[in-house]
Write a protein that binds this ligand. Sequence first.
Ligand SMILES: Nc1ncnc2c1ncn2[C@@H]1O[C@H](COP(=O)(O)OP(=O)(O)OP(=O)(O)O)[C@@H](O)[C@H]1O
Ligand SMILES: [Mg+2]
Length: 265
Amino acid sequence: MENIEHALLDVKSLSKSFENVQAVDNLSFHIRKGEIYGLLGPNGAGKTTTIKLILGLLEADAGDISVLGLNPETDEVEIKNRIGYVSEEPLIYKSLTPKELFNFIASIRKLDGEKVSKKLAEYLEGLSAIEYYERLISTLSRGNKQKVQIIAAILHDPEILIMDEPLAGLDAKSVRVVKEIIELHTKRGGSVLFSTHIMEIAEDICDRIGIINNGKLVAEGDFEELRQRANAIGDDVDLEDIFLKLTDQDESINGIIEKLRTTML
Ligand SMILES: Nc1ncnc2c1ncn2[C@@H]1O[C@H](COP(=O)(O)OP(=O)(O)OP(=O)(O)O)[C@@H](O)[C@H]1O
Ligand SMILES: [Mg+2]
């Protein structure tokens, strides 16, 4: 059995259903200090539900979650203070400007004025956010809202970054900068839970990947381990194939394309 003493985040036998959907089904995984863990799965696999359970935004039907040794159902406030969260839907504080939002965060989190200003200036420059610093968040483009949300999540140097599809909608330069921020965060000993439905992104960014489908963990490992699993199936099997196979999407694709051709052409 693997030693998970240093797990900053530990999820055990987690389940959650909505009416007739089993969104998360007996899911277990853990994230170590300094690690970027990717939850990779197709639309509707249960990634966002898992993240909301970890944050205490939803109540689990069964299972245990430990975040920095704390329980999300009872220690929601302390967990929020020690983690940074980038949600799937960009930002709540739409009636503020980024400047007002960051000032608000610095004041409620009691961040040191000088240190935070210096960091903020770097983040704003890195993500080209200065030009819309004093515009209402509600008027920003989707990608720019996302950048504001990312800065808001990292400003207090959280121990764990929980990011639900954080690169969605970002331009190439911002993707590079956000990847670098994630990397530097782990170099300081922080951990990351990163969700995506895109395999190349998981490969590029994550140290370890859990493939999730219908709320269940169907494979887990570093990229090399997953690749070996693909090789074991056959010579021509690449990781995309194994991802599609493990998430029951392999056989249907050709049929779908064929039917679309008939309908559309
Ligand atoms: N509030 C809700 N009420 C009913 N069903 C829900 C609710 N939230 C999620 N679900 C269902 O739970 C399942 C998992 O959804 P979830 O949002 O966790 O998937 P996801 O992996 O994040 O997908 P995506 O890649 O599209 O973001 C889906 O079948 C979804 O329809
Ligand atoms: Mg989602």
